[in-house]
Design a protein around this ligand. Structure first.
Ligand code: DQA
Length: 145
């Protein structure tokens, strides 16, 4: 069976496409799931996209990925900038972890400039819009190939 890439999304990303489209664009999380699944298939991988507004649920997703997944792509959303618990959970995962931000967080408020998750991430993509997820999936193909 093809290796699984788990794509984890944090708070408010369920509203992607409706939420501040001038910053995050009009594509939805379903659109992201579909394009990532297509790329994963072309790379001989599988992908599954998840989202939660709750920190503990996101931690449980990471724990599940320890058993099921070869790699994690994560957009922790606002928890990027606050959550030591997410960082600790990611430290329990052995495979590649790629961090994605739709917007260029470095061009925004200073509180968005720091990321706990980056202390674990093997790569970070920011400011490429939802295309960042596709680029991260391509990178997974390289890292796991
Ligand atoms: C985000 C950037 C975060 O600062 C913000 O809280 C988000 C989305 C992004 O994808 O650009 O919710 O992670």
């Amino acid at each position: 069976m093809a290796q699984l890439i788990t794509i984890i999304n944090g708070p408010n990303l369920n509203l992607l496409g409706q939420r501040q489209p001038e910053i995050y664009g009009y594509d939805t999380l379903d659109d992201v799931a579909k394009s990532c699944a297509d790329i994963a298939e072309s790379l001989g991988l599988r992908s599954e996209l998840m989202q939660s507004n709750h920190e503990g649920v996101l931690i449980d997703m990471i724990h599940t990925a320890r058993q099921t997944s070869a790699g994690i792509i994560i957009n922790p959303a606002a928890l990027t900038h606050t959550s030591v618990a997410l960082l600790d959970a990611l430290h329990t995962f052995d495979g590649p972890v790629l961090e994605v931000h739709i917007s260029n967080v470095h061009k925004r408020e200073s509180f968005r400039h720091s990321s706990y998750v980056s202390l674990r991430a093997d790569g970070v993509i920011a400011g490429f819009g939802v295309q960042g997820y596709s680029l991260a999936m391509q990178r997974m193909g390289t890292l796991l190939g």
